[in-house]
Design a protein. Structure first.
Length: 471
């Protein structure tokens, strides 16, 4: 075999054909698609005309909430009619709570389901999804899917996104599903929250330090490792359990994915196509070629502080992952395994870290102020009985006075690792404060907030907040 010739990949075809959803997840990636016009059945047929089903290992129907599409049965029937063997849908499960409905989809050709479940704690389910019914409906769906899986009609993958709401005991989601639905035996794809503008504004993007401190990798039993993968997690966060990297798995299996709406029709490797970014700490890492790196926004948020260089080499790690997968009867590309060195050489060279931006003197001043004044920090952040949004347990305000801008958010959280409805924290953050916003001005505003919170006001009205700017 030519060592420089890449082995032929398998393909996963992704079809976005739904723009409706009944949830409002804090980290949703589909918000921008809700305004799009859905592809009609005839449009789908035309777009799929140039796709040979023999070149596609599996096809995934996704986008917002798939089963809310009125003709979802026709979509699945069309895919089966065109000759696609492995047909799957991504769903939040809240509209799949009847076993008859699932069996109907299976009879049409459905073979697997990717179910998005991010927590099975009722209070956190409300915070994540923005809907009170999510917890109950998802447990009902899990019970229905367990029954259908037991009939050997379907396979299930749990897609779970790790965010600030569930990061502290994320492993409990996996253990609870294993305990309460033992016949389901799903695969688990654990994903990092993408730092989109909406996710950052909602403060749901966890730092990699928080992920590391949660111990989620170590707290998932090794017996479950063959069914668990972490998507878009830096290898140093997973170290030494590199076999759990979903990005490495796509490389080792030589699987690619293709978006039907991509122009032109072309496959993209889950590792090679990623817009990777690396911080200064990654420079000495021996496995940087294999690492998914960080989203560029993570660097802006300072999340590269969790990165640690790994003293190893890419080819050795790749060989150990291949050996582990074979030992546990997991698929491996034989062509790639026979030419590991060539596979490493073909990987794109990661980009250099961006030049460091000068530190923000205002932010540094405020952080030093809080570090030296723990009473001010307590007074600033703790508050009870804060008014909430009607649909969620979180308050979010963005405030502006002249050139000054503050964002105020309230989320349930406490330092003990649990969430209590009776406790709320008020976070005051600011975005790129202009030069006119001096450190003294920021501290004066913080002091005004602290005085307001010390009075234990039941709610911060817009007038009360505005008065703080005039304090």
């Amino acid at each position: 075999m030519n060592p420089e010739a890449a082995p032929s990949p398998t393909r996963s075809l992704i079809i976005y054909a739904s723009n409706r959803c009944n949830l409002r997840c804090a980290f949703c990636l589909e918000d921008g698609r809700r305004a799009e016009t859905m592809l009609s059945l005839d449009d789908l047929r035309a777009r799929l005309a140039d796709v040979d089903p023999k070149d596609v290992r599996n096809v995934m129907f996704m986008g917002s909430e798939t089963v809310l599409r009125a003709d979802v049965t026709d979509v699945i029937g069309l895919l089966a009619e065109l000759g696609f063997a492995e047909i799957g849908i991504a769903t939040n499960g809240t509209a799949l709570t009847r076993v008859e409905r699932v069996r109907e989809l299976v009879a049409l050709g459905l073979r697997y389901i990717e179910l998005s479940v991010h927590t099975l704690v009722p209070e956190r389910s409300l915070l994540v999804s923005g809907r009170a019914f999510t917890y109950k409906k998802q447990r009902e769906c899990l019970a229905v899917l367990e029954q259908v899986v037991a009939e050997r009609l379907l396979s299930v993958t749990i897609n779970a996104v790790m965010c600030t709401i569930n990061v502290e005991d994320f492993h409990a989601l996996v253990l609870e599903i294993e305990r309460d639905f033992p016949r389901l035996a799903p695969r688990y794809q654990i994903k990092a929250t993408m730092p989109t503008e909406a996710a950052v504004a909602s403060s749901v993007v966890p730092s990699w330090d928080a992920v590391r401190q949660s111990g989620v990798v170590e707290r998932i039993p090794p017996a479950l490792h063959p069914r668990v993968s972490f998507i878009d997690f830096p290898l140093c966060v997973l170290h030494p359990h590199h076999h759990l990297s979903g990005n490495l798995t796509s490389l080792v299996v030589n699987d690619t994915y293709t978006h039907l709406d991509a122009e032109p029709y072309a496959a993209a490797h889950a590792l090679a196509s990623r817009a990777r970014a690396f911080g200064p700490a990654c420079d000495g890492c021996g496995v940087k070629l294999l690492c998914c790196g960080l989203d560029p926004k993570n660097l802006e948020l300072g999340h590269d502080s969790a990165c640690r260089p790994i003293d190893d080499d890419a080819a050795s790690v790749l060989r150990r992952v291949i050996a582990w997968r074979r030992e546990h009867d997991q698929p491996v590309s034989d062509e790639l395994a026979a030419d590991v060195d060539g596979a490493v050489r073909r990987l794109p060279v990661p980009p250099p870290p961006p030049p460091a931006e000068p530190p923000d003197p205002t932010r540094a001043f405020v952080e030093a102020y809080l570090a030296g004044n723990p009473r001010a920090r307590t007074a600033l952040f703790e508050v009870t009985d804060v008014s909430r949004h009607p649909d969620t347990a979180r308050m979010d305000l963005r405030l502006r006075s002249g050139a000054d801008e503050l964002a105020v958010f309230v989320e349930p959280h406490d330092g003990g690792g649990r969430f209590y409805r009776s406790t709320r924290y008020l976070g005051v953050s600011y975005y790129s404060p202009p030069a006119t916003m001096s450190p003294a001005r920021v501290v004066r505003l913080m002091g005004a907030f602290a005085r307001a919170l010390a009075r234990r006001e039941p709610a911060l009205s817009s007038e009360a907040v505005a008065s703080l700017f005039r304090a």
